[in-house]
Design a protein around this ligand. Structure first.
Ligand SMILES: CC(C)(COP(=O)(O)OP(=O)(O)OC[C@H]1O[C@@H](n2cnc3c(N)ncnc32)[C@H](O)[C@@H]1OP(=O)(O)O)[C@@H](O)C(=O)NCCC(=O)NCCS
Length: 162
């Protein structure tokens, strides 16, 4: 069974391990970067855990991070990262993580932004299903791969509903 909770410093090593596996060619974030991210006052990091260990212990299988920018009464949000352990992909975990991020942004009625590789069809498809659309292509955004990125945006809740 999957459980979700906010990530803490003690999760940083495992998050960096999954990150390394998912983004090996695109400058994956190290444990130290995640430690710094978790410590920021305006970031929200959530993890998905599966309890399939021999003694019932839980293993982190996915993570997602959101940053809030701008003034408190008119914030905007950036999806900093989202990733699911390849062995656990395609089971709804990415969507469960994304639900948390969009909920946080919608509560404060802020628009969301993100970058994603143009060739990353699963992620682009997932983002579009949440109302993200392509704003621009950013050439050679990812290094060292040199892959292009879409900048994508999702309107704030009040603009989507009108
Ligand atoms: C993108 C990612 C987080 C999705 O996680 P996941 O747990 O596999 O996704 P889910 O099973 O919850 O599926 C969510 C949606 O993603 C899309 N999706 C997932 N796998 C897909 C695939 N193989 N092909 C096309 N779309 C796919 C679908 O829109 C899906 O929604 P649906 O099931 O309602 O159709 C995961 O593929 C991943 O970690 N990829 C590598 C890291 C990455 O690219 N992160 C994004 C960087 S910007």
């Amino acid at each position: 069974m999957m459980r979700m909770r906010e990530l803490t410093l003690s999760d940083a090593t495992r998050v960096a391990e999954i990150e390394q596996e998912l983004f090996a060619g695109d400058n994956p974030w190290s444990r130290d970067v995640f430690v710094a991210e978790f410590a920021q006052p305006y970031t929200f990091y959530v993890g998905a855990f599966e309890g399939d260990g021999p003694d019932g212990e839980e293993t982190l299988v996915g993570y997602a991070g959101l940053a809030m920018l701008g003034p408190r009464d008119d914030p905007e949000f950036e999806v900093h990262t989202i990733g699911v352990d390849p062995a656990f992909q395609g089971r709804g975990i990415g969507r469960a993580l994304m639900d948390q991020l969009v909920h946080a942004a919608d509560m404060l009625d802020g628009p969301m932004f993100l970058e994603v590789r143009t060739d990353n069809a699963p992620a682009v498809g997932m983002y579009k299903s949440y109302g993200f659309f392509e704003l621009a292509v950013r050439k050679n955004y990812y290094q060292p791969s040199g892959a292009d990125a879409y900048s994508m945006m999702r309107h704030r809740r009040s603009e989507r509903e009108t």
